[in-house]
Design a protein around this ligand. Structure first.
Ligand SMILES: [Zn+2]
Ligand SMILES: [Zn+2]
Length: 237
């Protein structure tokens, strides 16, 4: 990673120029930096951010200059078969949810510079489609809001969409990092009766209690599985 001066376009139709205030560093960014996941380079990484709308293009109706927003990498068109059936995350419109290397919004030394996940938040400004931002309340701290766009949603979605947790159930959450804590938080909100937080780090387990964990388990304990089965009288849902 290097710090460079780059050029960014002006907003075209349905695009929004955002002044980045805060960007999270997601572990996925690290995977791309280390080359474990492929992406066309050179690129500006970063994908969970909060900022203030600076300028909007033609036909933008969701936001206006001055609005506080968070970004989300799941940009969607809102009109395709998947979007209209409530599955915006698998939007098939590649003119809006552009595949890697396709967005022509950034330049470096006069050459094409790749936008990452249609966002590129490790920069002072982001040029994105209006459906890549969500307006938030102005009194929400931007450093906390920035995490909503990826880590928090990943945890929340795993509870609400994947596990479809029902009130009263008992759950175990393996790993209490940003996603794990958000999973615990979502399980708590969804009405889990008991939430067992599992991690090797005592500090993270302590944090897990703040987010709603009712029990802790040391992941290094070789009897962990047996203990969980015993304490839940048969295992977690
Ligand atoms: Zn992420
Ligand atoms: Zn769509």
């Amino acid at each position: 990673m290097t710090i460079e001066h780059v050029e960014i376009n002006k907003p075209k139709r349905n695009e929004v120029l955002v002044r980045t205030r805060v960007s999270g560093l997601c572990h996925s960014d690290l995977h791309f930096m280390e080359g474990k996941y492929p992406t066309p380079v050179p690129a500006v990484l970063g994908h969970e951010a909060a900022g203030v709308v600076e300028e909007v293009g033609e036909d933008v109706t969701h936001v206006k200059p001055g609005d506080h927003v968070i970004t989300c990498l799941s940009v969607f068109c809102g009109h395709c078969e998947f979007c209209v059936t409530g599955h915006q995350t698998i939007c098939s419109n590649t003119a809006i949810k552009m595949p890697p290397g396709k967005a022509k919004r950034l330049r470096w030394k006069g050459e094409h510079l790749n936008q990452f996940l249609n966002l590129s938040s490790f920069a002072e400004q982001m040029l994105v489609h209006e459906n890549a931002v969500v307006k938030i309340r102005e009194d929400m701290p931007l450093d906390l809001a920035a995490l909503l766009g990826c880590g928090v949603l990943t945890g929340y979605g795993s509870v609400v969409h994947s596990a479809r947790l029902e009130p009263g159930t008992i759950v175990a959450v393996l790993g209490c990092g940003g996603v794990g804590l958000s999973t615990i938080h979502a399980a708590h909100l969804a009405g889990a009766a008991r939430i067992i937080a599992i991690d090797i780090d005592a500090n993270k387990l302590q944090m897990a209690k703040i987010f709603g964990a009712t029990d802790n388990m040391d992941a290094k304990d070789p009897d962990m599985v047996a203990k969980i089965i015993e304490m839940t009288q048969g295992g977690v849902h």
